[in-house]
Ligand binder design. Structure first.
Ligand SMILES: CCCCCCCCCCCCCCCCC/C=C/C(=O)SCCNC(=O)CCNC(=O)[C@H](O)C(C)(C)COP(=O)(O)OP(=O)(O)OC[C@H]1O[C@@H](n2cnc3c(N)ncnc32)[C@H](O)[C@@H]1OP(=O)(O)O
Ligand SMILES: Cc1cc2nc3c(=O)[nH]c(=O)nc-3n(C[C@H](O)[C@H](O)[C@H](O)COP(=O)(O)OP(=O)(O)OC[C@H]3O[C@@H](n4cnc5c(N)ncnc54)[C@H](O)[C@@H]3O)c2cc1C
Length: 633
């Protein structure tokens, strides 16, 4: 074990295992996660780490072990595939959940155990604007079939993941928006089951290489009426259409995956913090005091300023992910019983948090990479691969700006309800006070009140102010004679800012609520420090908002920076222990820099020597290209 990393693990002030249990949702969940990792994967003789040939093995093993919980599937898959995406991700997180939520009982029993599929909603011309989708599904009562057709080049289905002849049916969204299970291919290498299908791969991408995103053009292809997913909407044999309780029920799968993405952003950020902080504990560079040994780069304040707020953010997002999944499960249970009353709030929360967490994590991954210097740019660090695999999450499952505007739509509606004298409940209840709150700054003293509850209040006031400013912008545009739509569009910068502040407040509130539940004094103390760091770092980034909200005075601004520096120093002794608590196995992290034993340099040399480029003393290209050239010179 590297001596630096060994020293970092001495004198722990908190019980790491207890913190790991909290992250997993209890000791039993930690035990289950490790059982899946150690017994079902690492000790499985069939386990051929992360090679494509192991994909069928993985599927059959998941079925053999009866693993169906999305989190457990993710635990299993992440051990198999490390930090990358793999071809079946979409099957598990979109195709199956759509069948679970949109099939009637007969369809469920018919299809769920048997098939692997994808989710073909996006078209070349439309990904965001679902009401603009052009693919048609025309019912033919004479044959009891739907005729599926791509009328224009822009209606070609574009992006479905896993869209190669290997794969089976796909969930298909078409006009009128209904989800029809469209059985295109038999399993295995069979060709299309019917003519009129043009299919292929959309070509090289920024990354996501394990997933073959394809295109699909349909020319009057017929599928049985029964292939329309009929839990919520039906087309009867006589062609009559039974409308769903809400047209937005068809969007349910996207709400589900957005809810998962929130926790996943926390997981990915925790992986990167593990890599960067462990590496920063063993990397020595330059000097602080002349003549002394080169310090660990983790002792540079700037390095702490880069990494420790991200460490706090990783914990914040993991807790937000737990809250999001619990909220999704509760409200989707109610929806299943026909109670749609909280569907708008679930949509607004999942859309906003998905955008907020992925934007922040996306930036954070790059900060972690750059904090590792040149070695961070090496694939051996795993950080470039993590970035390339994660960054599309700001686009897929709802492009982030559009998602923030969906949350803004809910905030504006809530604000108008308060103006009309209604009393709000739930996540936006803080808006009830927006007119009565005295936006008085804290005590005039230049000292900040560091009570976590006070900090949550300040974020709440900031959010309320920005919601009100966005609403006022819309009102001012209307007063200038703009129509409602133009008033909205001319206020979208303010609207996104308000949604971002709302999500920031929600995440800090969830972090505070989680800290309040922690009974172990040592764990409570270190988590409280991280929650403070998360809040103060945010105040430093958005000082203008807090000044504008009147909850921070100019005299207090220096205190923010002073407080931040103090918190960085407070986190320093626990930094390595805090990433150890994430409990990422070396095999899954697949990072030379993030090794648990900290033996980076030896491992890096071995990694480089194993490169195919080093298989021979002199690369064959010399003999093939350079030597003949030299002969002619
Ligand atoms: C800790 C747990 C960790 C576990 C980890 C487990 C695994 C983690 C996996 C992580 C990631 C894996 C990734 C896998 C690969 C992903 C591959 C990508 C796939 C895709 O991208 S699929 C396609 C995704 N596409 C979209 O998301 C489309 C986005 N567009 C839309 O959703 C809609 O067009 C819209 C919302 C933008 C607009 O819709 P519409 O025009 O119909 O609505 P309006 O804006 O006019 O609003 C009308 C009212 O409808 C309400 N509304 C809208 N949407 C919803 C909804 N979904 N639910 C409820 N209500 C909705 C609006 O709020 C409006 O209501 P109002 O009352 O009138 O205001
Ligand atoms: C790696 C990857 C995998 C994918 N896998 C799948 C899949 O399996 N199945 C599937 O169906 N789809 C998939 N997609 C497609 C994905 O869902 C869409 O790309 C996504 O929904 C964004 O839509 P778009 O590409 O049309 O972008 P656009 O909506 O065209 O976005 C372009 C710009 O327009 C802006 N914009 C759009 N509308 C508004 C608005 N109302 N207000 C303000 N600004 C706006 C956006 O903010 C953005 O800046 C995948 C995409 C990627 C990158």
């Amino acid at each position: 074990m590297n001596p630096d990393i060994l020293r970092e693990r001495q004198n722990a002030t908190f019980d790491i295992e207890k913190l790991t249990n909290i992250l997993d949702g209890g000791a039993e969940r930690t035990n289950r996660r490790r059982e899946i990792r150690e017994v079902l994967v690492l000790n499985d003789p069939d386990f051929d780490y992360g090679t494509p040939t192991s994909l069928p093995t993985m599927i059959l093993k998941l079925r053999e072990y009866g693993i169906s919980d999305p989190v457990e599937i993710n635990w299993y898959k992440s051990m198999y595939w490390g930090t990358g995406r793999e071809a079946l991700g979409l099957h598990y997180v979109m195709f199956l959940p759509t069948l679970y939520t949109q099939c009637d009982s007969e369809q469920f029993n018919k299809w769920v155990p048997l098939i692997i599929g994808t989710y073909a909603q996006t078209e070349m011309g439309h990904g965001t604007h679902l009401r603009g989708l052009e693919t048609t599904a025309t019912f033919d009562p004479a044959t009891q079939e739907f005729v599926m057709h791509s009328p224009t080049v822009t209606s070609i289905k574009w992006w479905p993941g896993g869209r190669n002849p290997l794969f089976l049916p796909l969930i298909f969204l078409s006009i009128p928006l209904s989800a029809s299970l469209f059985d295109l291919f038999l399993s295995g290498f069979a060709l299309p089951t019917c003519s009129g299908i043009v299919i292929g791969d959309i070509g090289p991408k920024f990354g996501f290489d394990a997933v073959d995103n394809g295109y699909l053009k349909l020319e009057h292809v017929r599928i049985p009426r029964e292939n329309m997913l009929m839990k919520y909407a039906q087309v009867k044999p006589d062609g009559s259409y039974v409308k769903p309780l809400s047209s937005k029920l068809t969007y349910g799968t996207m709400v589900f995956i957005r809810s998962l993405i929130v926790g996943n952003a926390g997981i990915v950020l925790s992986q990167c913090c593990t890599i960067a902080i462990r590496y920063s504990a063993v990397r020595h560079q330059s000097e602080i005091r002349a003549g002394e040994a080169e310090p660990q780069i983790l002792d540079y304040q700037t390095q702490q300023h880069k990494l420790f707020p991200l460490l706090a953010t990783a914990y914040a997002f993991l807790f937000a992910g737990q809250y999001m999944i619990d909220t999704y499960n509760r409200i989707s249970g109610d929806i299943n019983q026909g109670d749609l009353s909280e569907m708008p709030e679930l949509h607004a929360l999942s859309a906003g948090l998905k955008a907020f967490t992925t934007w922040t994590a996306n930036t954070g991954i790059e900060v972690c990479r750059m904090s590792c210097g040149g070695h961070g740019y090496s694939r051996s660090s795993a950080l470039p691969d993590i970035y390339v695999e994660f960054t599309p999450s700001c686009t897929y499952e709802g492009e982030n700006t559009v998602m923030m505007l969906q949350t803004a739509r809910f905030l504006m509606k809530s604000y108008r309800q308060v103006q009309a004298g209604q009393q709000l409940s739930g996540a936006v209840s803080y808006l009830n006070k927006v007119h009565h709150r005295v936006m008085a700054p804290q005590a005039v003293s230049s000292q900040l009140d560091l009570n976590l509850n006070t900090l949550v209040d300040l974020y709440e006031i900031r959010a309320a102010m920005l919601v009100e400013l966005a609403a006022q912008s819309i009102q001012q545009e209307s007063a200038r004679g703009k129509c409602q739509e133009d008033s909205w569009n001319n206020s979208t910068i303010d609207l996104v800012r308000a949604s971002d502040a709302h999500c920031h407040y929600m995440v800090l509130k969830m972090f505070r609520d989680k800290v309040d539940q922690i009974e172990d004094p040592g764990v409570h103390s270190v988590m409280s420090t991280l929650a403070h760091l998360y809040a103060i770092h945010g105040m430093g980034n958005f000082t203008g908002d807090f000044l504008q909200a009147g909850v921070l005075t100019g005299a207090q601004v220096p205190s923010v920076s002073k407080c931040l520096k103090g918190l960085l120093a407070e986190v320093r002794p626990s930094a390595v222990l805090l990433v150890d608590a994430f409990d990422h196995h070396d095999k899954m992290l697949n990072s030379v820099l993030g090794r648990h034993d900290g033996n980076v340099y030896e491992a890096m040399f071995e990694w480089a020597r194993s490169s195919p480029l080093n298989r021979t003393e002199v690369h064959e290209s010399f003999h093939k290209h350079l030597k003949p050239l030299q002969a002619k010179l």
